[in-house]
Design a protein around this ligand. Structure first.
Ligand SMILES: [Zn+2]
Length: 225
């Protein structure tokens, strides 16, 4: 590359960054790890360790629904989670427990291929917990995330009301008959996601949060690589 071409390229790049030519769009799928260096990704449907395997209708010939432990979220949601993690990481004491490196987020699910939505709904056709694939889930749009909190020093999950995908009343935000530390953890998650990150909660599942306007993002159907 000669000097003139190089100069033009540099001017283009500098101008591009300053004018936002390279800015990511809110509905663009991104890997949250690219924005949040210490977020933990544990995509449960990329392993056999998920509830659908244990349901009577579960198809054990298909133990893994995802081909890789890869999380994708729309950029707007990933940015919100960065705000949440930046706040959680600063916590040193919560509910009487010390967190020397702060608290962090572990993601259990994000973007979900629509073909998987059809499979899940076939196994468990209960629209309170599994969105009808004909209209699609916000997970199929990359606009929803399932997550919990961890101690960043140890990686241990904070005690929560239920495991992931517990389809019972115990998973709802209003469920009261729980130890006080469990309620404190559920409330910390909710307050951070809603009040700090600006996300919307889903009343029936303490682990599910979504970005406002998620239904405007396109329904997608490709597997993780
Ligand atoms: Zn969810």
């Amino acid at each position: 590359m000669n000097k003139i071409n190089l100069s033009i390229l540099i001017i283009f790049l500098v101008t591009g960054f300053n004018t936002g030519v390279f800015a990511q769009q809110d509905d663009e799928l991104v890997n949250p790890k690219d924005l949040i260096y210490d977020i933990v990704i544990d995509m449960r449907y990329s392993t056999p360790d998920h509830v659908f395997r244990n349901l009577p209708e579960g198809n054990i010939s298909l133990p893994k629904f995802y081909t890789a432990n890869e999380c994708l979220l729309v950029y707007k949601l990933a940015k919100s989670l960065k705000t949440a993690q930046d706040s959680l990481r600063k916590i040193r004491v919560h509910d009487g427990n010390s967190y020397p490196q702060g608290i962090g987020i572990k993601i259990w699910d994000g973007y979900r291929p629509r073909a998987v939505q059809y499979l899940l709904f076939e196994i468990y056709p209960n629209p309170a917990y599994i969105a009808d694939p004909n209209s699609g889930s916000k997970h199929n749009r990359g606009g929803a995330v399932d997550l919990t909190l961890i101690d960043l020093a140890t990686g241990m999950e904070l005690p929560m009301p239920t495991k992931f995908d517990d389809f019972s009343n115990k998973a709802s935000h209003g469920y009261p008959n729980l130890p006080s530390n469990v309620i404190a953890n559920r409330e910390l998650l909710k307050n951070t996601m809603v009040n700090v990150a600006g996300l919307l909660l889903y009343g029936a599942e303490w682990w599910h949060y979504e970005v406002p306007g998620a239904n405007t993002f396109p329904l997608l159907d490709f597997q993780m690589k």
